[in-house]
Design a protein around this ligand. Sequence first.
Ligand SMILES: [Zn+2]
Length: 338
Amino acid sequence: MNRYSRQILFSGIGAEGQQRLRDAKVVIIGCGALGTAQAEALARAGVGHLRIVDRDFVEASNLQRQTMFTEQDAADRFPKVIAAANHINELNSEITVEPEILDVNHSNVERLVKDCDLVLDGTDNFATRYLINDACVKHHVSWIYGAAVGSYGVSMTIRPNETACLRCIFEEAPPAASAPTCDTAGVIMPIISVVAAVQVSEALKLLTGHVDQLHNSLMQFDVWNNEWRKIKAGGPLAECATCGVRQFQTLEPVASEFAAVLCGRNAVQISPTVPAKINFTQLAERLGAAGEVKFNDYLLRFQAGEYELTIFQDARSIIRGTNEITTARSLYAKYIGN
Ligand SMILES: [Zn+2]
């Protein structure tokens, strides 16, 4: 246990807490900036089993903030979870890492979360967070929400039946294209470190049985504008569709089937489940930094490298340059955001 001696000395953990970490199974959904920071911290802390889920490959533009990846991973275009598993095996060979190259959706999210002690949010979109929320509330698994864009970040710890869930706080996902994403507004490394640190601290408290130490709030941080806010999150709402009424809407195939391959066109159509009315002027301003944008009253066209995104006013989008739903969803989450 020598490698954990400093952590065992810490009174909040101790030898018993260390053993609990060793016995724990944690799922990290999304292996980008937040996910790699969480995975590295939990691996070093000695969490015995880590399942890491992501649909993407490592790219050069990830290296500024996704701390586990190297230039070689980007050159090899390794799946993020494989690159992460390789690096974790080098930094702690005593633990088990289970990489899953997957687009998380209604058909697999329950399998991913139901046999574990805790889920950490490392995703970049609300659609996946509502899936995690539904699956975790349904199977009584705690999860820790986290998000960062620009210099702003947010986190909340959700314990089904004990605390408010994501839907208690935000009844619906924000409409598509209503908020900046890391691919339109950028993101700086320090806010990732802050959000991941808060998520990992909460994880250590939960896994070692110190629920009395949890922050019980929606924490908001802006490391550029120097604002730190803590809004009390409260308990579960009886009228909440997810944790009160127990209707797990996103786990139904119909509600989540919003992507379709357009046969013979090398294109995929994405239709958001939440209706939206997009302001093209604002969206064009945000996307302008990331590529070429043209729009008229009816649609906006955006060139992202080899892909062309056509976005309609109701937020439906046709993504040309791929037949892969996973790639299309990923591009939608990156540039349009929902
Ligand atoms: Zn709720």
